[in-house]
Design a protein around this ligand. Structure first.
Ligand SMILES: [Zn+2]
Length: 461
């Protein structure tokens, strides 16, 4: 959503911005919520998640379908699989096919796109990981993917499109410099009000909460950092909301107990995690027992011994994704889940020790906030890393060589000041950014300060 780059939108009054936003999203929404969406939603509703055999049979049929489709329509897979494809009848049979590395996938993406899709205008949600070309999803891919997410919400008492939805989003729809007025916009026919995640901080929170009380959403979803900031403010100021939401959905794989408690106390409802970070990521959802499951109706996840995973995704008919070795690290949990679901439970390998940086005047800033900064600049700056060696300075490393645009550098610095305060130094530089293989945001935050404090405490300094 890049509305602000159009001067007309930015200079329009808010009622007109609401209309422009609704028109802007109209075409995308028609593709997303077409007949394929309603059919798949209906199909999911009559399936029994606890019936292991039926779930596996469904998964096997989908595996056969995506492989058949890939061989028929994608020159890359036709060459790669030769005559092996017809032997694959189940998810277990995938092991007979070669593994695809992400670099190869990116290099050969033009041949991976299916022939039919290359002739059409592709639907891309633009959620590819930094440095990777986006997949070209068909309308049906997007509709089925959306239905799977909405079915998860339905299991938690929420019907998207019918119920009022408040979404906290970092998109470009409210000017960042705006300090008063409405920090939200409406998409009327989706029954959705989107709130600027950028404004989920002091001194704007009071106004956001006042508006939530007027809007009275049935459910809330979006960026965890924004929802957490809002929840902390509600709890700290002892604000009683005048509406009741059915659930809060946060897009994250890991939520600490204290963070969950914060959101639950603020909104007085259940909190559910779900995650599909990009088109190359698995769809994970949290069940009523608090475990994270991989949704096997959307693909196949194959696990390595140290957390490496191979992903096959069914709803990728424009750019078939089969046995892709992705960067995400996940381990299977072999115990059955008390919720009764047959979908496999997964967990992240051990989290790194320090997942926060220290602001001189504002205390700890968790990696959730820094993930938001990375998210915001992902188009301008590829992989980012935040390193703190002293209380006075944070170094922001941007992956790559050469100099960065001065304007980008200033924007990043300004963003850091708004989070950490103006009493610290922020140095933006370029180098190859190494990423670790584990944790919530691999390699995003390196807190050497914590190490120094620990060493001096132990008398080692
Ligand atoms: Zn479960």
């Amino acid at each position: 959503m890049k509305l602000l780059s159009s001067g007309f939108y930015g200079n329009s009054p808010i009622y007109l911005q609401n209309l422009l936003l609704s028109f802007h999203e109209y075409a995308n929404s028609r593709k997303r919520y077409g007949m394929g969406y309603y059919r798949f939603l209906q199909q999911l509703s009559i399936m029994d998640e606890g019936d292991r055999l039926a779930e596996q049979e469904f998964q096997d049929r989908e595996v056969q379908a995506i492989i058949r489709h890939a061989v028929q329509h994608s020159p890359f897979y036709r060459e790669l699989y030769k005559n092996k494809a017809s032997d694959i009848q189940s998810a277990d049979g995938l092991t007979q096919l070669p593994i695809i590395e992400e670099t190869l996938f990116a290099e050969r993406i033009e041949e991976i796109h299916t022939e039919t899709q290359r002739k059409k205008e592709a639907f891309s949600s633009g959620s590819a990981p930094t440095g990777f070309p986006p997949l070209q999803l068909t309308n049906l891919d997007v509709q089925r993917q959306t239905a799977a997410i909405d079915y998860f919400k339905k299991q938690n008492g929420v019907i998207n499109l019918e119920m009022k939805r408040a979404t906290f989003y970092s998109g470009d729809f409210v000017p960042h410099a705006q300090t008063e007025g409405a920090f939200w916009r409406d998409i009327y026919y989706l029954n959705q009000r989107i709130y600027s995640a950028h404004h989920c901080m002091e001194p704007f929170l009071e106004s956001v909460i006042r508006n939530l009380n007027e809007f009275r959403p049935d459910f809330i979803d979006g960026l965890p950092s924004a929802i957490l900031a809002l929840s902390r403010f509600i709890n700290d100021q002892c604000i009683i909301l005048t509406f009741q939401t059915a659930a809060v959905f946060v897009e994250t794989e890991i939520l600490s107990d204290s963070e969950r408690l914060e959101i639950e106390s603020a909104f007085g409802c259940i909190v559910r995690r779900w995650s599909m970070k990009s088109e190359r990521s698995p769809f994970l959802f949290e069940c009523a027992a608090g475990n994270l499951h991989f949704n096997m109706r959307t693909g196949v996840l194959e696990f390595g011994e140290k957390g490496e995973v191979l992903l096959t995704r069914f709803h990728t008919h424009g750019t078939p994704l089969i046995r892709l070795k992705i960067k995400d690290r996940l381990l299977p949990v072999h115990c059955p889940c008390p919720c009764g679901s047959a979908h496999p439970v997964v967990r992240k390998p051990t989290e790194p020790e320090s997942e926060y940086l220290q602001s001189k005047s504002r205390g700890k800033v968790t990696s959730l906030y820094l993930a938001t900064v990375r998210e915001k600049f992902r188009q301008l700056a590829p992989a980012m890393q935040f390193v703190q060696n002293s209380l006075d300075e944070i170094i922001i490393w941007i992956d790559g060589e050469g100099t960065l645009l001065l304007e980008t550098e200033q924007q990043i610095r300004q963003e850091m000041i708004s989070i950490f305060g103006a009493d610290m130094r922020f140095t933006v530089s370029r180098r190859h950014v190494e990423t670790a293989d584990s944790g919530r945001y691999p390699g995003l935050v390196i807190n050497n300060l914590q190490k120094h404090i620990c060493q001096s405490d132990c008398g080692m300094n």
